[in-house]
Design a protein around this ligand. Structure first.
Ligand SMILES: [Zn+2]
Length: 199
């Protein structure tokens, strides 16, 4: 439709989640008209992410060192572990300021439709972290949708005999969406009002 470089840019943008062909075209033409310095900053940010960002060896959050900022923070408590699907959920929960423990990022949720089973998630790594008995409560903070609920149900069965308190966020989160769509107050309230899983 367009010549070489412009069409390549539209194609690449169109591959991004949530960007349809029309948005891809709009973003591409926005970039074509933008100040050169703005585009250079965007390119630099992409390059830095590619070169410098990796996953924390402990919790699998995004990190710029071997461990992420939260795992390195000595002021966080070690006995409560919050299990989430993606790094963006860590950000959403951190914004509520309700949680002072550590995280474990599963890397997704159980979804038979997308061919994602428990083996594709970092559940074995979670078990490894629970093995020494330091953690006494696991909070299952998966998304309030079918996949998130299935994942939490699986994990609560899996963790049942481990002498742990296993909790889930209180209801009241927007059903069917992602954790990140909940506003801070609602998510904070769901966190504070968490209940034992299976109740
Ligand atoms: Zn970490």
């Amino acid at each position: 439709m367009y010549e070489g470089a412009v069409q390549d840019l539209i194609d690449e943008l169109g591959r991004l989640p949530g960007v349809g062909p029309k948005s891809a075209q709009r973003i591409a033409f926005h970039l074509l008209a933008a100040e050169s310095a703005d585009v250079t900053r965007l390119v630099a940010a992409l390059t830095r992410v590619q070169q410098e960002v990796r996953f924390c060896v402990t919790c699998y959050n995004v990190a710029e060192a071997e461990q992420c900022r939260i795992c390195r923070d000595p002021r966080r408590v070690d006995d409560v572990l919050c299990v989430v699907e993606e790094p963006k959920d860590v950000v959403a929960i951190e914004r509520t300021r309700e949680f002072r423990g550590r995280y474990h990022v599963l890397g997704g949720a159980i979804s038979p439709l997308e061919g994602i089973g428990p083996d594709q998630l970092r559940i074995r790594e979670l078990m490894g972290r629970l093995a020494d008995g330091t953690v006494t409560e696991v909070i299952l903070a998966t998304d309030p949708n079918i996949e998130g609920d299935a994942t939490a149900a699986y994990l609560s069965r899996f963790l049942k005999d481990m002498h742990l308190r296993v909790t889930r966020l209180a209801s009241g989160l927007p059903v069917g969406g992602d954790l990140e769509y909940a506003d801070e107050v609602t998510l904070g309230r769901a966190f504070a009002g968490r209940r034992n899983a299976g109740e």
